[in-house]
Each structure stands twice: as C-alpha cells, then as structure tokens.
Design a protein around this ligand. Structure first.
Ligand SMILES: [Zn+2]
Length: 169
C-alpha cells in the first residue's frame, strides 16, 4: 500500500505530464502541487468510504426484504411449492458468492410472490400508484405485483384519452 504522500506525488506527476502535453506553453502556470493532490485524494477517499457504506446498507436492506418475502411466501404457498422454489434458489445461488448482491434474494422471492398471485404482495404493492395507470389497466395486470387491473367504464369509451403526465391547458 502506498502512503497518501506517495499517491499524491504520483497523481501530481501524472496530472502535470498531461497538462504539459495539452498546454505546452502554460505548463508552469497550470501545474498542480503535491499538497493539492493530498487534499484531493483525502476527499476522494472519504467519498469512496461513504459510497461503500451506502452499498453495504442497501445490501442489508435487500437481504432483510428478501428474507421477509421468503417468510411471506412460506406462509402463503403450499409447502411443496415453496420448498421447490427454495431448492431452486439454493441450486442457482447457493454456491455462488452473492455478498453485496442480496438483491438476487429479494428479486427471487418477489417474483415468486408475484407469480403465485400473493394476496399480501397485491395489497402491499411497492408500485401501487401504477394501478391507476391506463397502460397497465389495458394490459390487465400490474407488472410489479400481478394484481388484475381493469379499465373503468369511462376509459372504455372510444373518445376517452388519458391526459399525459405533462399536459398544458
Ligand atoms: Zn401492483
């Protein structure tokens, strides 16, 4: 591992070389100091750590969500259907290292709930605002939770046209 001073020296050298190539006449004026690179790299390290922390938190959240969906699926499905899904999950993801990718787990059990017409998911649809959209009512189903959707009688009239998201008077 390089120290921050070593990294800064290397970064300053690289930047100054690029500046000299791009602006040969002004290379001296535009040159960066090692000290300025120390500051920049320190700020960059802080940002990188924060970014990783956000990833870690998101992954934890996805894992918790996945386990919650899994339990709900267990309570709603027939045991053999649930067990089959669990076995398939283990076969596909069980031997892989999915650390940092808990979204696989959440997605797996979300799809299982949706495809099995889970009453819980349909009542707790994370995209419930979609249920009012004509495009999904025409399709007949919510793509997120699988709830059956119908056009209102008003919308079924040929003269009906849904106002767009952006509309002018
Ligand atoms: Zn829905």
């Amino acid at each position: 591992m390089l120290t921050i001073e070593q990294r800064a020296a290397r970064a300053a050298k690289k930047r100054n070389r690029k500046i000299a190539q791009a602006y040969p006449l002004f290379a001296d004026q535009f040159a960066v100091s090692v000290e300025s690179q120390v500051e920049r790299l320190k700020a960059q390290d802080v940002e990188a750590a924060q970014h990783l922390e956000r990833h870690r938190k998101f992954d934890e959240m996805q894992f918790a969500l996945g386990m919650k969906y899994r339990e709900i699926a267990k309570s709603e499905m027939q045991e053999n259907v649930w067990q089959d899904l669990e076995n398939r999950y283990q076969r596909i993801f069980g031997k892989r290292d999915i650390s940092g990718q808990a979204a696989f787990l959440a997605d797996w059990w979300h799809c299982a709930l949706r495809d099995n017409n889970s009453a819980w998911l349909q009542n707790n649809c994370p995209m419930s605002e979609w249920h009012a959209l004509e495009v999904y009512q025409r399709a007949g189903r919510c793509p997120c939770c699988g709830r059956k959707l119908f056009l209102s009688t008003e919308q079924k009239k040929p003269e009906y046209k849904q106002r767009g998201f952006i509309h002018s008077k």
